[in-house]
Design a protein around this ligand. Structure first.
Ligand code: TEU
Ligand code: CA
Length: 591
């Protein structure tokens, strides 16, 4: 009896001491550790990744067949762009049925096989959640437009607009669409206008209607219960519309996304989504934050708010874009890029988390935009850009093909392009005489979204091994004989093999994840030099952003003793304080 009582007391005492030994949260350098903070994300645009059945369209079995390639690359989260049933007016960002796989991409069985394959390789899958708008062929909209008294009418944003004394109709306000023209279309059946921030075939959902929100949450649960690991949320700051939707002022018309984004109910909708859905799963979320300033980031990602985990802020990615770039910044320079990353470091604190990316399916190719895609410089500059993306502060995102240093496509005529945004812009700008066809095509060849969407270059066989057919949906870049995965696999100093080493280095170095960042030389026009420091563990990254050789004297206190990675290993001068950097050379030193 007595000894049993003592035993019981001992047991309780042990339990108590255990409980007190577990700290509430083990922070790393003030950050709460999370798997998605340590992840390297790889974006797949399914139409262009790998075609398994020769119809010229990438598909889900094609992706499954390349999972070993992705595992060997070292990425551990895959972001899959939309693969849902869609009339495909905007590359699948116009969803007809959220619970069905686009028939061109395969079946739900193919999706389940893909997800199983991803899990077997200890990788995660996040999918695109496109719920600012649906396709006009979605059954909700078909119902909604059928009559004003339909139960789904209020699922979208309908307004009567204005009627002049002579009967002429004009839209409710002056909102422009992202994809040219008015954001309103008059629908004959109800004789009302509906709102569409993108094409007329992408009507905006009415998030003010609680039934819409509940239906969206149910779609989210459908995929989460299948085992996906989170969402990239398309244009999520746009879901709450401006109060009363008054006309944009002349100033707001200079940059409409800023006026559309972060409406009065956004925080409330995201908190509800988190409470009702996301908080029940161990997932990651990244919001595409079109129209959001750096200062607004905290309102979306601060972990005390329980909204999103991360957002894509486009300030760096659009820096070289003539129309979308931050207007106040003017032409490109390296100090401007550094100033952006430096400001992220200042503004985003320990409760926020950043993303690092310079490309996606909406952008031109990374190396053609921020590097130098001439044959002599392409590989080095592609390596440098990946070095930067994988060592700056935030979760890095790699767009398919950038690990090979794939380049822009030499588009020549309008017929070479597929993108609806571009075709609409052509009608708006060229057909009205505002811009010459030559100027328009020259600009789109540099900045058009189709640059990212040409098929993956897998090998040197016809159509780059993307398809066994002869008609890929978008032409393969002619440089595929030189730039392809098979060739780079066998080349020890290829971009592909370099990126693999880089990801390996990052994966075993927590300083690149949770470490402090310091820009050592913000004004330097050619060199980006910075440190990442976690306690005693310190790393120096030096990048030569120029096509010439540069002699660079290390800032005080830095040493070039232990070289961890460089794309020109032989150029390393042991123990030097003056570095002779080759064109676009990048180096990572342990301090
Ligand atoms: O993009 C929204 C968006 O802001 C871009 O279209 C932007 O205008 C463009 O990238 C500038 O170059 C998202 C998707 O990523 C895009 O593919 C869709 O077309 C769009 O939403 C509508 O869903
Ligand atoms: Ca196919």
């Amino acid at each position: 009896m007595f000894s049993r009582a003592i035993l019981r007391i001992l047991c309780i005492a042990t339990l108590l001491s255990f409980a007190s030994a577990i700290p509430a949260k083990q922070l790393i350098n003030g950050y709460e550790p999370k798997w998605w903070k340590e992840a390297v994300v790889y974006q797949i645009y399914p139409r262009s990744f790998k075609d398994s059945n020769g119809d010229g369209i990438g598909d889900l079995p094609g992706i499954t067949s390349k999972l070993d390639y992705l595992q060997k690359l070292g990425v551990n989260v895959i972001w899959l762009s939309p693969y849902f049933d869609s009339p495909n007016i905007d590359g699948g960002y116009d969803i007809r049925d959220y619970r069905k796989v686009m028939s061109e991409f395969g079946t739900m069985v193919d999706f389940d096989t893909l997800l199983t394959g991803i899990k077997q390789r200890h990788m995660h899958l996040i999918i695109d959640l496109v719920v600012n708008h649906t396709s006009d062929e979605n059954k909700w909209f078909v119902e909604s437009r059928s009559s004003k008294s339909n139960a789904y009418h209020d699922y979208y944003i309908w307004r009567p607009g204005h009627t002049a004394p002579d009967g002429t109709r004009t839209p409710p306000n002056n909102y422009p669409s992202y994809f040219s023209g008015s954001a309103w279309t008059l629908d004959p059946k109800t004789n009302e206008y509906y709102l569409h921030y993108f094409t007329a075939k992408q009507p905006d959902l009415n998030w003010g209607n609680p039934k819409v929100r509940d239906d969206v949450y149910s779609i989210m649960r459908f995929w989460l219960d299948k085992g996906i690991d989170g969402f990239r949320m398309d244009v999520i700051p746009l879901i709450s519309k401006p109060t009363g939707m008054p006309n944009l002022t002349a100033e707001q018309l200079e940059h409409p996304p800023n006026a559309y984004a972060n409406g009065p109910h956004l925080a409330e909708y995201l908190a509800e989504m988190n409470r009702k859905v996301l908080s029940k799963y161990d997932v990651m979320t990244v919001g595409e934050a079109s129209g959001t300033t750096l200062q607004q980031t905290g309102s979306l990602v601060d972990d005390r708010r329980h909204a999103l985990d991360m957002i894509f802020n486009f300030d760096a990615a659009l820096l070289r874009h003539p129309d979308f770039g931050p207007p106040q910044l003017g032409p490109w320079s390296l100090p401007k890029l550094k100033a952006i990353y430096d400001s992220h470091d200042t503004v985003l604190g320990k409760h926020d988390w950043d993303t690092v990316f310079l490309s996606n399916h909406d952008s031109p190719r990374l190396v053609s935009t921020f590097g130098d895609d001439s044959p002599a410089m392409r590989a080095s500059s592609a390596k440098l850009l990946e070095t930067m993306i994988l060592t700056l502060r935030g979760t890095p995102f790699i767009f398919q093909g950038d690990e090979l240093g794939m380049t822009n496509y030499p588009f020549k005529t309008l017929a070479d392009f597929e993108d609806v945004a571009l075709k609409n812009a052509y009608k708006d700008k060229v057909e009205t005489g505002k811009v010459s066809a030559a100027a328009f095509l020259a600009s789109q060849t540099k900045f058009g979204r189709d640059n990212a969407r040409t098929p993956m270059q897998w090998d040197g066989s016809p159509e780059a091994g993307f398809t066994t057919g002869t008609h890929p949906w978008l032409a393969v870049n002619r440089n595929y004989k030189d730039i392809n995965a098979a060739q780079e696999e066998s080349d020890a100093v290829s971009v592909l093999n370099y990126v693999r080493s880089l990801i390996k280095l990052r994966s075993r170095t927590l300083a690149f994840v949770y470490g402090d960042y310091q820009d050592l030389d913000p004004e330097n026009e050619e060199i980006y030099a910075y440190t990442r420091t976690l306690g005693e563990d310190k790393y120096l990254v030096v990048e030569n952003f120029s096509s010439g050789r540069v002699t660079y004297t290390l800032p005080k206190g830095m040493k070039a003793e232990t070289l961890l990675l460089s794309d020109i290993p032989s150029s390393h001068e042991a123990h030097a304080f003056i570095l002779n950097l080759g064109p676009w050379e990048s180096r990572i030193y342990k301090q």
